[in-house]
Write a protein that binds this ligand. Sequence first.
Ligand code: FES
Ligand code: FES
Length: 156
Amino acid sequence: MASIKLTVNGTAHTVDVADPEMPLLYVLMDDLQLNGPKYGCGLSQCGACTVLLDGEPIRSCQTPVSLAAGHDVLTIEGLGTMENPHRIQQLFMDEQAVQCGYCISGPMLYGKVFIDQNPGSSQEQILEALSGLLCRCHAHTRMMRALTRYSEEVKA
Ligand code: FES
Ligand code: FES
């Protein structure tokens, strides 16, 4: 048993885990009842489990919770609220870019970080940056519309 202290969406937590090598995703879902990050492949291949660790996207299905100890984790729940969504969340809604929503942590968080670091990126550049993410609903076109709009707004 190990006691891990971490901050998730701005709130400090201490979680007791049987094994510090347990995936961070399991702690987020099972201990903290966060349902934004999803279990997709469990093999770091789809991006459905994406969260930000100190502002950088990671695949929480393959990240031991011990690596998050003392660090800041952000899930899509922490990006905005229903009443006050982050601009990128609003654009995903405006473009109806979410079909089932299972994959959405990946494109939303990878997209946000890439565009914030590279404002004004073209759709082709965004597509390339997000090439490691899978969406089995084939909602990519609408996601790209939302992300391209965000890129144009961030640049302005
Ligand atoms: S569930 Fe983590 S990358 Fe697929
Ligand atoms: S919206 Fe359904 S998997 Fe991407």
